[in-house]
Design a binder for this molecule. Structure first.
Ligand code: C2E
Ligand code: CA
Ligand code: CA
Length: 855
């Protein structure tokens, strides 16, 4: 019998639930649930009223009454409402776990209900079928409700709902317990539990009202995600298992009864369910783990694409983009949204778009990836250089397109260009360097079909660069080089390649001039342009340039051509500088010969291949032998005797003349000492040694001469140094001081080849010389040319005025000797008296001459 108090409470609950179900803000699904619950409660209340009314007819047994109808109906409606509360559509895996969990609850709970309620109730009810069925319907309904509640709680996904559901579950749980107590009440210890049962039902209504209230308050609020899994709910099935086992234990404890077998069977089923549940949980865990790995991989991949500096896009064969990564904004200035749907090709340079389009087609047809280097235009109009890789992922269901990865390589390209420029240009002048120059020459040669017509190379070398560098400093030297570069650039056509090969060497490639003459015209123009003084740091600097020109002949390499121009330049320089020389094929052989001699000359001193010959000098009046001139001979091991006119210039250019000249002085002094010892007073008084201009600036020259004289125990007056006029022009101050010092100790000084050089009377006066050597050219023409004899007379007169001895060179016959004597010349030297001869022969000669003169 239901307590009276429960009826109003039940009605209030019903009204509240009904009102809530009318609220429009509630989801329609929940409105139905609340309506059903309201209906269920109403039916229960009807049942209560009915049962109270029937109280007298319903004794202490479980005979069915009319009140059972609304009660059972209430059960059905509430169970249905509970099932409606199960949320969401479970996946297949969830169905399995849910089934297992529900089964555990059902079996565990079922065992308890069966043993504590069903079995006693079954015994207590009247034996008619309907009574038994109805009385069994209650515990079975309870079990269904229990299982349904468990499922509802296990599936709850929403924190906000969960509160309502928990209250509702508590409410229904309390009702369930109350119902069980009710059945129990009639079976075993009857009325003792009546008040406890009422407490259960009151709790049931209280919690129900609370759940209605919570649901009402929550209306209109956003759903919250479950943040924490509801551990107690997950444990629900296990609680049922524990209940089942606890029952088995308690029965066993009291000593086995007739249900021990059924209970043990139930426990076994529970154990199997738990095991199955564990296996499922294990598999779920593994799958979860795997999913987590995949998800983290995907997340990583996504963030890579999102944050990569490369622009990753998915395009079709026409370049139309379906996806563009966010980096497009930074790289191209366009947001991905503006690009998607348009063709990437439209952003490319028109020249590159064709190539890019072709490549996309290739990628589609071959399935292979392709790369391309294309220019792309940014939104601001500027161009960037890009490197792109296109991969075909048409068959990948996640992509279904061509993946185009584009990288901005503008900076790298700029750096490459800069490095390339550095590799091929002279940093000082910005002109091409040798490598680039040769490359251009190669190309020009390749373009040319035949003939040289208008293709040539100028090799330019500054004549006074070293002087400028040494005297004005490197800074001015650099300025001069830059100035030369500028002048070359302004004087030539823009398509002529100008290069600095190193130091003060420049080269110009002239292509397409008007024939070979045209090349020469340009060469002369360049020479002329460089002739004007340069204004460097407020100073006027003049530098002439020697220019060698090489024209293309037959098959020539670029290197050959450059070397030929170099040779011609060398020739121009040898001719005195400031000139232009055209390369002739013979020059090459001459050059090789020269290089060979140069190498041999280096070893000649130590191999003792040099020797001195002496040519006698006679007094024209008395015929007496007054001196000799030492002349150098080189006995080359294979070429035989090499004329001094050939090797002396080489020795001078290479600087080898310095050690060679020193040897000559020493040897001449040694020989002079020998004659004096052998011939006594008939020995030649002086020995003349030729001194090269290169020897004069040598600081050791003076000491070397002094030492040679001292070693040979010769008086300085026994030595005469022959210098040419030309050396006086270039080293005036220093030369003068050296000459003065030599003069001071008594060494004789002669001006060689007088009359051929830049004769200037003013410097003649300043020079501390004793002897003028009249060049052979005058003597040669003395008999035939009146002007020559007039000049010779003037030279002799000049010598007399300045108190200088005059020596005529190249006297070959008596007539010349007589004429010279007549003009007043002091001495003569030449074939008339004797050829240059070795020292032993000279001794014999001296003896012979002595007799001859004496006779
Ligand atoms: P140089 O000083 O004018 O020497 C005189 C040259 O005239 C010598 O030629 C000599 O053999 C030549 N000669 C002498 N008499 C006659 C003649 O009657 N008719 C003709 N046609 N020639 C005559 P060489 O020995 O071939 O020397 C040539 C030049 O080599 C010399 O000219 C001199 O400038 C240079 N040289 C020779 N030996 C030395 C040396 O030891 N040191 C330096 N620095 N230069 C030297
Ligand atoms: Ca000489
Ligand atoms: Ca001479």
């Amino acid at each position: 019998m239901a307590s009276l108090v429960l009826i109003p409470v039940g009605l209030v609950s019903t009204v509240l639930a009904w009102r809530l179900s009318r609220d429009g803000r509630l989801a329609s699904r929940y409105r139905v649930v609340w309506q059903m619950l309201a209906a269920g409660l109403l039916l229960a209340a009807v049942g209560d009223v009915w049962s109270i009314g029937l109280a007298t007819s319903r004794g202490r047994d479980l005979a069915i009454t009319a009140a059972d109808a609304p009660y059972l109906l209430s059960y059905l409606v509430i169970i249905a409402a509970t099932l409606c509360l199960i949320e969401g559509r479970p996946s297949r895996g969830e169905v399995v776990t849910l089934t297992l969990d529900a089964s555990m609850v059902a079996v565990g709970g079922g065992l308890v209900i069966w043993h504590t309620v069903i079995v006693p109730a079954y015994r207590a009810v009247p034996a008619d079928a309907l009574s038994r069925l109805v009385s069994l319907a209650y515990p079975v309904g309870d079990l269904l409700l229990l299982t349904g509640l468990a499922v509802v709680l296990l599936r709850c996904q929403d924190d906000a709902r969960r509160r309502v559901l928990l209250l509702l579950a508590g409410s229904l749980g309390a009702m369930l317990f109350g119902n069980l107590l009710w059945i129990y009440e009639y079976t075993e210890r009857g009325w003792l539990v009546e008040s406890a049962r009422d407490v259960c039902f009151l709790t049931h209504y209280a919690l129900f009202i609370a759940s209605v209230e919570v649901e009402r308050r929550q209306l209109g609020r956003e759903a919250e995600d479950v943040r924490t899994p509801l551990v107690p709910m997950a444990l629900l099935p296990y609680a049922a298992v524990i209940g089942g086992y606890a029952l088995l234990l308690s029965v066993a404890w009291r000593g086995a009864d007739e249900h021990t077998f059924q209970l043990t069977l139930g426990a076994l089923i529970l154990t199997m369910l738990v095991t199955a549940r564990q296996i499922v949980a294990l598999r779920e865990n593994v799958a979860l783990q795997r999913e987590r790995v995949v998800m983290s991989g995907e997340a990583r991949f996504r963030s890579l694409v999102q944050h990569a500096s490369d622009v990753v896009s998915i395009v079709d064969v026409h370049g139309v983009a379906s996806f563009v990564s966010p980096s497009a904004t930074a790289t191209l200035g366009y947001t991905p949204e503006t690009i998607v749907g348009t063709s990437i090709l439209a952003l490319l340079h028109p020249d590159d778009a064709v190539d890019a389009g072709r490549r996309l087609e290739d990628v589609v047809s071959t399935g292979r990836s392709a790369t391309g280097r294309w220019r792309m235009q940014r939104k601001d109009g500027t161009w960037i250089q890009t490197d792109s890789i296109c991969t075909n992922l048409m068959s990948d269901e996640n992509v279904r397109g061509l993946v185009l990865t584009t990288r901005d390589i503008s900076e790298r390209c700029a750096l490459e260009a800069q490095l390339l420029h550095q590799a091929f240009h002279d940093p000082l002048t910005g002109l091409a360097n040798r490598a680039l120059f040769l490359d251009r020459v190669r190309h020009a040669l390749a373009r040319r079909q035949h003939g040289s017509d208008g293709l040539g190379i100028l090799f330019i070398d500054l004549d006074q660069f070293k002087t400028v560098n040494d005297s004005l400093g490197h800074q001015v030297g650099d300025l001069l080089l830059r100035g030369v570069a500028d002048r070359l650039a302004s004087g030539l056509r823009c398509f002529d390649t100008i290069a600095r090969l190193g130091g003060d060497e420049f080269a110009v490639l002239i292509d397409d001039a008007e024939g070979d003459d045209g090349v020469m015209v340009i060469a002369d123009r360049v020479g002329q342009a460089l002739r004007d003084p340069f204004l460097l740091e407020g100073r006027e600097v003049v530098t002439l340039a020697s220019i060698g020109v090489a024209l293309v002949h037959a098959d020539q390499s670029a290197e050959d051509l450059l070397r030929n121009a170099d040779l011609a330049m060398y020739l121009a320089k040898n001719r005195g500088g400031g000139q232009t020389a055209l390369f002739e094929p013979e020059m090459h052989a001459a050059m090789l010969n020269r290089l060979e001699l140069q190498a041999d000359l280096r070893r000649a001193l130590e191999r003792e291949e040099f020797s001195l010959v002496y040519q006698p000098v006679h007094a024209l009046e008395t015929q007496a032998l007054v001196g000799v001139e030492a002349l150098l001979r080189w006995a080359h091991p294979t070429r035989g005797s090499v004329p001094p006119g050939v090797f002396i210039p080489i020795a001078e250019q290479t600087g080898l003349i310095v050690p060679i000249g020193k040897w000559v002085i020493e040897q001449a002094c040694r020989d002079a000492r020998e004659w004096r010892n052998q011939l006594g007073e008939i020995a030649p008084q002086s020995v003349a040694v030729n001194i090269s201009g290169r020897q004069i600036p040598e600081p050791a020259l003076f000491d070397d001469i002094q030492a040679a004289l001292a070693r040979a125990e010769l008086p300085p007056s026994a030595l005469v140094l022959e210098l040419t006029e030309s050396i006086l022009l270039t080293h005036t101050d220093q030369t003068l001081s050296v000459m003065h010092r030599l003069k001071d100790i008594g060494v004789g000084l002669a001006l060689d080849d007088f009359g051929t050089g830049y004769s200037s009377l003013s410097y003649l006066q300043r020079l501390p010389i004793d002897v003028l050597k009249i060049d052979r050219a005058f003597v040669e023409r003395l008999e035939t040319d009146a002007s020559a004899s007039a000049l010779t007379r003037a030279i002799v007169g000049l010598g007399k005025t300045l108190s200088l001895r005059t020596v005529a060179e190249g006297v070959e016959n008596r007539t010349q000797a007589d004429l010279l004597q007549h003009l007043g010349c002091d001495h003569g030297q030449g074939f008339l008296y004797g050829m240059p001869m070795p020292t032993r022969e000279l001794q014999r000669y001296a003896r012979r001459v002595r007799k001859f003169v004496a006779a």
